[in-house]
Write a new protein. Sequence first.
Length: 314
Amino acid sequence: SKPVDAFGLTFKNPIGIAAGYDKDGIAIRGLSALGFGHVEIGTVTSLPQPGNPSPRIFRLVEDEAVINRMGFPSRGSEFMQVELDPAYKANFVERILGFGRSRTRFKRLSTSAMLGINLGKNKNTPNEEAVLDYLALVQNFGRYADYLAINVSSPNTAGLRDLQSRAVLETLLGHIHQQRLLEQKQYKKRIPILVKLSPDMTKAELDDAIEAVLRSRMDGIIVTNTTLGRDGLQSSQKGESGGLSGSPLRARSEAVLAQTVKKVNGQVSIVSVGGIMNPDDAKKRLDMGATLIQIYTGLIYRGPRLVREILHSL
């Protein structure tokens, strides 16, 4: 596969691992070695939180699908920063032990894959204060990431999807953009920011959300997150609550991609995720206008070989 340009970056190939697989940034090098062109870690939250109680993930084998209600389990911002930066780790140890002076030296993790970091608000943060969580996360992780992704679309955090309404989203992203400018000035690097959207909005709601993204000068859109829909499922576990991914999400994700491509009209790059289970699915998304694609549930059912199979088919 040839390199791909998106958000001002050059990716070695268009395939990425979606957020949710490596929630705390502990497997970046290993995932990069599988051949991914980008690795999106997270969702990370400012403070540690356990997520929802178990059982919280279900494999629907008959449907080639997964239902999860993880709820952003995260070891928190501090843990991930320690994982990402040896210099930060040294500073962290000094602060804990109470000696030395914290130094500002940062070193990007050495991998061939681009690094995306997916950001989310804590469960206990009310929506009215969500902006504070996102601003803190942009401040903490802009220096490390090749791009950041704003997650306002998980169905497993109560009220989170309300942040996708146009006025609320535009205000939120406006503040995030201003924080991004401060971080870019301090670290002298571009920090592309993407927004991950839900597959469950109406066409009008999706258009409004996309308009908010464009007006806020974000760099890209990720479509889609998991769905609350249950159409056509056969598994006995189809009634479990949570977000559905895998083959049943394919048609819905493709429809949202088509609408997004039309609405965006080339203004920003689009990442397609949801229901990509084989090389044909991947090629179709790229042909439809996605610049990059991401897989997760396909990896569960096909194994790591799926990455190479897609690459060989492109």
